[in-house]
Write a protein that binds this ligand. Structure first.
Ligand code: HEC
Ligand code: CU
Length: 499
């Protein structure tokens, strides 16, 4: 209205009107001002179109804005977080994530929000798709046994998170209070063959990952942002096995991705796949093509489109790999179809390859390591020297070895058991399957260039280091075992040339 006063008095009414119309158009497309002239009229009313994870309701065919009636009921209930692990989830509807909601740009979303009387806590909902204080957080905040209604216009197209923002919001999100809402642009989205939605979220439990039984929320881990669980669609395995996402080769797939966090940014990746199109951060335009890994910010989304032409299993991960392999952030996209060997051959051949193994090379360099023939100090210091120059490369400075490769000497039942057997290992080398503390190792320890003094000192040292306490092994012990073995070819020699 103030423009009217800035215009010269001579300006005719039609000029004013024309200016006003022009201004309204700019506002509507660029910033969605609240100018009521830009709002489409609401025609009719219908229940909200929703679907449970990982399914997405079908595209809307409606070409006008309407009143969408959305009902959400909050529940606090025990559900399986992983096999044998339970957690008290707080959910929008029956499960985490809440249902995928699909509305059209311009729709009026009349939200009926109910907090079940069996619940213990007050809750609310913040729609990132809504423009207004707290996205409705304040308008919807209610105690158990209450229900509230508020309405908002879905003015901006895009993919949005909704979540509980009741204090402490991090706790309510950690407990599973989130979902996705798609505001389709007026003209709709390009059609694809399959649509899914995947929401990544964290769980902070007192017990470590996989610890059985009911798990309580750990505020300590939450404050450190160190979850034991990072999962897709609320549960370990929600997209695995019979719940894997299934498509046919060549079908176009759109995945709506969300990340309520509460703390970790997701590096979303489909192993073996490339995203042809990415709607970055879940906005309304494709802003990138041919993307390997897309980022989903905390409290944000991303929409990706891909087509897998080659059949097979495509693993879905947060590429921060320890989350994928050790905390649950893994799913599966199964692509059915006839082989496409012209695109991807699969394994074409396999033969043995032996340019000389690491162990053989280490053994070869051993000859070059000078080892004092006489102890420089007490037996223990000599033993320590042998250990830190020779044994350390494989058994590690802390004596703990390397998983599946070099057995531990720290608290090793093998080392602390039969003395003569241990002396034989040092005299001959060792190959074939052995068991150390119940774990199987099947590797080669080469025969090392050691004198009887070196062996006695080294074994006495390791049997009294890394938390071990045991009897010493004397030079006489080594000499006795050597005499017994006299003439026996070493295992290392037997193995030379590889198997
Ligand atoms: C080149 C790597 C390498 C070096 C160097 C090496 N080891 Fe080993 N060691 C092995 C491997 C591999 C095994 C297990 C062999 C198997 O699986 O059959 C082993 C097994 C052993 C075992 C029996 C299993 C256990 O954990 O108790 C003892 C004892 C042992 N080594 C002591 C030593 C000592 C002492 C030295 C230094 C003088 C040494 N090793 C140097 C690789 C090495
Ligand atoms: Cu809540």
């Amino acid at each position: 209205m103030r423009y009217r006063f800035t215009l010269p008095a001579v300006a005719c009414l039609c000029t004013v009107a024309g200016y006003m119309v022009y201004r309204t158009e700019v506002a509507a497309s660029d910033i969605h001002s609240s100018a009521s002239a830009s709002l489409e009229p609401i025609v009719g009313e219908e229940p909200a179109t929703t679907a449970a994870a990982p399914n997405v309701p079908p595209p809307l065919t409606r070409r006008h804005a309407t009143k969408v009636v959305l009902n959400i009921e909050v529940k606090e209930h025990v559900k399986a977080l992983a096999d044998g692990v339970t957690y008290t989830y707080w959910t929008f509807g029956d499960d985490t994530p809440g249902r995928f909601i699909r509305v059209r740009e311009g729709d009026l979303v009349e939200t009926h929000f109910s907090n079940h009387p069996d619940n213990m806590f007050s809750h609310n909902v913040d729609f990132h798709a809504a423009s207004g204080p707290e996205g409705g957080g304040d308008a919807s905040f209610i105690a158990p046994g209450h229900t509230t209604t508020f309405s908002w216009r879905a003015l901006n197209p895009g993919l949005f998170i909704y979540h509980c923002v009741a204090a402490p919001a991090g706790l309510h999100i950690s407990n599973g209070m989130y979902g996705l809402i798609l505001v389709e642009p007026k003209e709709g989205l390009p059609r694809v063959d399959k649509e899914f939605f995947v929401v990544q979220g964290e769980f902070y439990t007192r017990g470590a990952y996989g610890e059985r039984g009911q798990q309580e929320f750990s505020m300590e881990k939450a404050l450190k942002e160190q979850p034991d669980y990072v999962v897709f669609n609320g549960h370990v395995g929600a997209l695995m096995g019979e719940h894997a996402l299934r498509v046919k080769a060549g079908q176009s797939v759109r995945m709506y991705l969300g990340n309520p966090g509460p703390s970790l940014v997701s590096s979303f990746h489909v192993v073996g796949g490339i995203f042809n199109n990415v709607y970055g951060e879940g906005g309304s335009t494709i802003n990138q093509h041919n993307v390997q890994t897309t980022v989903i910010p905390v409290g944000g989304t991303a929409t990706v489109e891909m087509t897998a032409d080659v059949p097979g299993n495509y693993t879905i991960v947060d590429h921060a790999m320890f989350r994928a392999f050790n905390k649950g952030a893994m799913g599966l996209l199964e692509v059915d179809g006839a082989p496409r060997t012209e695109l991807f051959s699969g394994r074409q051949s396999e033969e043995t390859y032996n340019p000389g193994t690491h162990l053989q090379r280490v053994a070869a360099t051993m000859d070059a390591v000078p080892i004092p023939s006489k102890p420089t100090g007490g037996a223990n210091e000599h033993g320590k020297q042998v250990y830190t120059t020779i044994c350390v490369g494989c058994h590690q400075p802390d004596g703990r070895g390397l998983a599946n490769t070099f057995p531990p000497l720290a608290q090793s039942d093998f080392l602390m058991g039969d003395k003569d057997r241990v002396v034989r290992v040092l005299l001959q080398g060792l190959s074939g399957q052995i068991s150390v503390n119940g774990r199987i190792f099947n590797n080669v320890m080469p025969k090392l260039p050691l004198t009887d003094e070196d062996i006695a000192a080294a074994l006495s040292y390791v049997r009294n280091s890394f938390g071990n306490t045991g009897s010493v092994i004397s030079i006489a012990d080594v000499a006795r075992v050597r005499a017994q073995l006299d003439g026996v070819q070493t295992l290392t020699n037997n193995r030379a040339g590889g198997t």
